[in-house]
Ligand binder design. Structure first.
Ligand SMILES: Cc1cc2nc3c(=O)[nH]c(=O)nc-3n(C[C@H](O)[C@H](O)[C@H](O)COP(=O)(O)OP(=O)(O)OC[C@H]3O[C@@H](n4cnc5c(N)ncnc54)[C@H](O)[C@@H]3O)c2cc1C
Ligand code: FES
Length: 508
């Protein structure tokens, strides 16, 4: 196995010490009643809970792990309404009016983050930055020019520039001024602290397994039950299947490395490329210098096993393009990409009056997730919101779009075809140290990993969500489901939804 450079942890998590919140049992409550229960403490959940508490509601924020250790703790954390290339296409597909609402709501989210940082005096390395989408070749320049035109038409702070401060030539770029960047975990930890108290709660290490709608709703966790008039599910991909969100968006995994860079070598602003193999680039304060973050190498979750290559490609890029000497950090994460580019925010289904969701942020959840908190809190407070129809989670879904059809057909192909994997491997002896492999033991499909000390970690290979067969992810040492993005540790614990139950252990 090849060596990958960098500490394998998100810089945002490594550089934050947070106050830990109790689990439901540790807090000695076996039952809690609040106005609103929020499931999942990423940017969508924390923002929703914070705004509701500020408006006078009692809330319980329930997190399976720790605050902001999911996608929001592994993001690049650009807070911008410049979403690579989205506006020209949105105008074409959804019309100018809807595209304008998308633009306005995401700009409002950028300003909401800025306002909270200011009002709450949050020390989170917040700074105003320009955001750029650049084309390296003339071939992609047309898209940039179309995007500039579309963004200007929608009233966004956009202009065309022919140069950016990257240390290599580009063909041209779109620039949005007065955008922002921050340290997402410091920001969210601060807001979470403000949620706790006066009849409101934050529970960590409390996994929700089921939600029953009623008067009140019951939120069943591995630690006891919470009662609430309304429930908001912000688990990135909803853990409740009724809304079929796992089939209205697909899970995209992407990689980030962090390398120390001097201010003189560092590029200005937040940048993202276009076309195959695009990179996302920004810096953040780091030990009196800067940490250069480079992201990219995205692919559908569970579709690649040789994920070390993704990190190596980013490292080669950082060394050759920016002359960095060493890689300090590496991490990866995933997000749900909506088939019609618009997040789903609102009721779980048309038949649910008290269960709400937010998902499908398409790798732009710092603004989309903040915006979903603003919209959800308005919906729950009975305040009319002009964005509600655009993001209505029960809207007719474009199942017939080519991308949607392909992704959902892929799921069917995996469900059937992956059962044939590992048919010829039927002994733990087939698994080398450091390797993860699918085996067939009797009638069982087994996911087996042998650690460097020789111990075998064996679990059922059948995903507890809807029964697809998991795939090995070599860099993260995890079992990833190619159907809807569920991920499990090598011992079978859930790392990422939609599954809520771990993979069954098998005697090694
Ligand atoms: C590589 C990468 C880079 C990105 N960069 C940017 C960027 O620069 N700018 C930008 O705007 N967006 C970016 N994004 C997107 C953005 O990070 C996400 O859209 C956003 O963080 C998602 O927030 P969330 O609240 O939906 O999910 P999360 O942050 O994952 O929060 C969901 C929480 O729910 C918890 N949970 C799950 N199941 C349960 C359960 N059963 N019970 C209780 N809790 C549960 C999880 O532990 C998690 O903490 C990026 C995405 C990726 C993949
Ligand atoms: S995540 Fe749906 S079947 Fe695995």
């Amino acid at each position: 196995m090849s060596q990958i450079s960098g500490k394998p942890v998100s810089y945002w998590i490594d550089s934050t010490s947070t106050d830990n919140f109790p689990s439901l049992i540790q807090a000695t409550f076996d039952s809690v009643s609040v106005d609103v229960a929020i499931v999942g403490a990423g940017i969508a959940g924390v923002t929703t809970a914070f705004l509701l508490k500020r408006a006078g509601k009692t809330v319980a924020l329930l997190e399976a792990n720790e605050i902001a250790t999911g996608v929001s703790g592994h993001t690049t954390a650009k807070v911008t309404s410049l979403h690579q290339l989205v506006y020209a296409n949105l105008i074409k597909e959804a019309g100018e009016q809807k595209a304008k609402l998308y633009a306005q709501s995401n700009q409002a989210a950028v300003e909401q983050v800025a306002a909270l940082v200011q009002e709450e005096q949050i020390a989170c390395d917040f700074s105003r930055q320009n955001a750029y989408t650049f084309a390296e070749t003339e071939e992609n320049l047309g898209q940039i020019k179309d995007e500039v035109e579309a963004a200007m038409q929608l009233g966004l702070p956009a202009s065309y520039v022919s140069e950016v401060s990257l240390p290599f030539p580009i063909a041209g770029a779109i620039r949005f001024t007065n955008q922002a960047q921050f340290h997402p975990r410091k920001y969210l930890a601060h807001l979470a602290k403000k949620i706790y108290g006066d009849g409101s709660y934050v529970f960590e290490n409390t996994r929700v397994t089921q939600v029953e709608e009623g008067d009140p709703c019951q939120i069943i966790t591995n630690q006891g039950v919470v009662h609430a008039k309304d429930v908001v599910v912000t688990t990135n991909v909803p853990i409740l299947d009724q809304g079929l969100f796992f089939a209205k968006a697909y899970p995209k995994r992407s990689y980030i490395i962090g390398a120390e860079i001097s201010p003189e070598q560092a590029p200005e602003g937040m940048l993202i490329g276009t076309g195959e193999g695009y990179r996302s680039i920004r810096t953040t304060p780091y030990n009196g210098k800067l940490l250069l973050l480079i992201g990219g190498e995205g692919h559908k979750v569970g579709s690649r096993s040789d994920t070390e290559t993704c990190y190596q490609n980013l490292e080669n890029y950082a060394r050759s393009r920016f002359g960095v000497q060493s890689i300090d950090y590496r991490w990866s994460t995933q997000d749900m990409v909506s088939f019609d580019q618009l997040p789903y925010i609102g009721k779980l289904t048309p038949f649910n009056d008290h269960i709400y969701v937010a998902t499908g942020f398409s790798l732009w959840g710092m603004s989309n997730g903040t915006m979903s908190g603003m919209l959800l809190s308005d919906l729950l407070l009975g305040i009319e919101n002009p964005w509600a129809n655009l993001y209505d989670s029960t809207r007719a879904t474009p199942f017939v779009k080519p991308t949607s059809l392909k992704e959902n057909m892929d799921v069917g192909i995996h469900w059937v075809g992956d059962r044939l994997k590992g048919l010829q491997d039927n002994s733990f002896d087939e698994v080398a140290p450091g390797e993860g492999k699918l085996l067939t033991l009797g009638t069982n499909k087994v996911a087996a990993y042998r650690d460097e000390s020789g111990t075998v970690h064996a679990v059922s290979a059948t995903c507890t969500h809807l029964g697809c067969i998991v795939n090995w992810n070599s860099a993260e040492k995890s079992w990833d489901c190619p159907c809807h993005g569920g991920r499990f540790s090598c011992d079978g614990e859930v790392l990422h939804g939609p599954p809520v139950k771990g993979l069954e252990a098998i005697e090694g």
